[in-house]
Design a binder for this molecule. Sequence first.
Ligand SMILES: Nc1ncnc2c1ncn2[C@@H]1O[C@H](COP(=O)(O)OP(=O)(O)OP(=O)(O)O)[C@@H](O)[C@H]1O
Ligand SMILES: [Mg+2]
Length: 466
Amino acid sequence: MDALSVLVLDDEKKIIDQIAGFLQKKKYQTFSASSPQEAFAIMEGQHIDILISDIMMPEMNGLEVLQKIKAEKPSIEVIMISGHGDMDSVIEAMRRGAVDYLRKPFGPLDIQLAIERTGKYLNLQNTLKRTQDRLHILENRNSLISRELENLIEKEFIGSSKAIRNVLDLALKAAEDKDISIMITGENGTGKEIIARIIHYASTRKEFPFYPINSSAVPETLLESEFFGHVKGAFTGADKNKHGCFVLAEGGTLFLDEIADMPVNLQAKLLRVLEEKKVKQIGGNREIAVDVRIISATNCNIDDLVREKKFRLDLFHRINTLKIDVPPLRERSEDIEPLISYFLQYFSRKKNLPVLRVDKNVITELKKYPFPGNVRELRNMVERALILRSGETLDLKDFNLNRLPLSDMPVGFSYNLEKQEIETIKKALLKTDYNQSQAARLLGVSKDALFRRIKKYHLEIRKELT
Ligand SMILES: Nc1ncnc2c1ncn2[C@@H]1O[C@H](COP(=O)(O)OP(=O)(O)OP(=O)(O)O)[C@@H](O)[C@H]1O
Ligand SMILES: [Mg+2]
């Protein structure tokens, strides 16, 4: 086979230079384009074997490019470039026929492996074309993809403690039944969403969407339409038809995050959809059949909420067939060391740093630290330590543990936890000039978690005008 010809499509010049530079050095026939239009023009005039395309581009997104190629030039194999947090788009791309993906940040070895894998696949395809055995190729491609994804999920979930292994076993067992409703409970940052994704991708629903929806992050007036969709003209501002999350998640998993924040009137409507397995858009009269698995998550004690009548008992029973409780990090301190190594590797790679060593004392001290923000807090600590590091080895002063001995508490200090929380949030907002994303990062909680507390305590989210 002649040298493969590869076209690189990205709106970022830096990425094009990185990939095209590497390919030229390896003597691949290389083309580059900074917009989909330019790429399609090249594909008209040149023979291209492989297209490496970014997912996020301003004019036409990579998924649309992929779809157009699969429709018009199906012999070109496509490798997607994904940013951090684009996992759902990657999975969607695989479903639409992409052969592989590169995850940012990547190095020369990643590019080489992806090209070689695709080259092997193209060879196989050429051989099989002669025997017209197309079916086998498809099977081969699917097994290649799912193995990759399974590896990825397994690699990203870290933990060797008995407690977390039990959680993982239970999650995998639950995945075997594609319909059972699962409720995941646990403190902030314990990994509830990762567990939900593991269940989805380990189940037979994995080829369909994993669709997260967070009641506390959507304004109450829009919630109902987010869930059920609406028809054009149903209310002021409804200028086109919109599908709700049940339809968008069809066949897959609907992840109801922060379920305890769902308004009570919506709880009743949700229950009806779950019982009847049918949904009607707001203002519409057609019932659409839905088939989704529900996984919900909360960091509240939902039994208490049921007792206080803030959460409907009937809905609670409907979504709580199986409960998985993710223990806080302080109760599984064996996981701290492997998590640190994992985050160190992850961030060093991302920031192009050599992987640094961690002083033994750090591990000993961290094992005594209570981690109110759990794994997310540890992750942020490692990232911060990498930025602030003073030497070749990360030591205690790089990990700002923030643990005031009780005798050093300032005068006027209150032991009331709620007061403390309010004060700390106010300080973080002030320090970050009311940028909620930065404040959340500083506090070691998710943006949603911060938003919930701002709502709960009725805090100012804008600077007072002076
Ligand atoms: N076992 C783990 N291995 C690797 N990373 C983890 C693990 N558990 C949690 N994380 C990381 O910690 C962060 C928080 O995890 P996740 O979002 O799943 O928590 P959560 O319980 O949903 O939090 P919240 O209650 O704030 O929504 C994420 O960045 C996640 O990748
Ligand atoms: Mg979460």
